[in-house]
Design a protein around this ligand. Structure first.
Ligand code: HEC
Length: 152
């Protein structure tokens, strides 16, 4: 009984060492995967011309916050703090997207993000929300809130 219990702890220790050892490698590999554009190549030039018609005022961000945590249920996958499921500190590229990752924020235009809200991210659990769940106007407000996660 005793021996079995100790073996368990040794295995757990080895497992943790392997996981910690691989941490940085996994993070950088995932980051590259995350930064890869999601909008298909033949659509991306047009998408990048789309500009958010709403300003990032506190009122507009609040409107987006209410939708994110409310009827658009983004919070169920992206988390209360926008870090993606699990909210694991320092884990870049955990899917669903970590919105506090400034490198990812800088890699995307607003136009690419609204394209995702209209079409979903092909081949992933990120579905399309416009027009079934959100109007286009509401989606732009949600994006103001998504952008606010990347602020200091
Ligand atoms: C069912 C879970 C789920 C819900 C609900 C969800 N998302 Fe996502 N979202 C994901 C996943 C998974 C990804 C990663 C997709 C990928 O890697 O391309 C993602 C990616 C994204 C991205 C990043 C795409 C990119 O270009 O990197 C944005 C922006 C986004 N979601 C916004 C939202 C917003 C806003 C809502 C609410 C309207 C929402 N998501 C609701 C799962 C979800």
């Amino acid at each position: 009984m005793m021996a079995q219990c100790c073996r368990y702890w040794v295995l757990l220790g080895l497992f943790s060492m392997v996981m910690i050892g691989q941490g940085p490698v996994v993070a950088s590999a995932t980051e590259a995967a995350v930064l890869k554009p999601r909008v298909p190549a033949d659509k991306i030039d047009e998408a990048r011309t789309w500009i958010n018609p709403f300003e990032a005022t506190p009122e507009n961000i609040d409107k987006g916050r209410a939708l994110f945590h409310g009827k658009a249920f983004c919070v169920t996958c992206h988390g209360k703090e926008g870090k993606g499921l699990g909210d694991i500190p320092g884990l870049v590229g955990k899917l669903p997207r970590n919105f506090t990752d400034k490198i990812w924020q800088a890699a995307r235009t607003d136009g690419e993000l609204i394209w995702i809200l209209k079409n979903g991210s092909p081949g992933t659990d990120m579905a399309s929300f416009v027009p079934l769940v959100l109007t286009e106007e509401e989606a732009w407000h949600v994006l103001l809130y998504v952008r606010s996660f990347g602020q200091p």
